[in-house]
Design a protein around this ligand. Structure first.
Ligand code: ATP
Length: 132
């Protein structure tokens, strides 16, 4: 089967794969060859891809996942392979978002800081080869 991970900027991944794991808004899911057609809205999180003995981890920032006829497609705002993730930058982004959240308390503006925190956490998890 095949997986494409596409952002509005580029194709981050476009290869044959054996297994796909990610997190939709309804929960985590795994896909193997021959899976029935499936579609979900993705959460901000990590997508894990198995190719033979290799496993790759990507941060995927929401969007949609579609699977049909052994073709998987992720359309997402932003995605990075763990090799391309700058861990120091993600840690700094996480600290900034936490500080902002502490400052904001329960205000509406907290949504933006929460999203920044979720992106930073997804990058750190992908970098550490963690799905969850
Ligand atoms: P930061 O505050 O560090 O910019 P951010 O979550 O605001 O983080 P985004 O707006 O999600 O960043 O992404 C902007 C661009 O920077 C995207 O192209 C994304 O791939 C890249 N990017 C963001 N953080 C990292 C990181 N830690 N490592 C590698 N690329 C990153």
């Amino acid at each position: 089967m095949h997986l494409k991970i596409i952002t509005h900027e580029k194709a981050v991944f476009d290869e044959d794969v054996d297994e796909i794991y990610s997190k939709g808004v309804d929960g985590e899911f795994g896909i193997l060859k021959g899976h029935i057609p499936f579609m979900t809205v993705l959460d901000i999180g990590v997508t894990k891809v198995v190719q033979g003995k290799d496993t790759k981890y990507f941060s995927t920032m929401g969007g949609v996942f579609q699977f049909k006829d052994d073709e998987g497609l992720i359309l997402t705002q932003c995605a990075e392979c763990s090799d391309d993730i700058d861990e120091v930058r993600a840690r700094k982004a996480m600290e900034r978002a936490k500080a902002r959240l502490a400052e904001l308390g329960a205000k509406i503006d907290a949504k933006r800081a929460e999203a920044a925190l979720a992106r930073a956490m997804a990058r750190l998890k992908a970098k550490m080869n963690n799905l969850n």
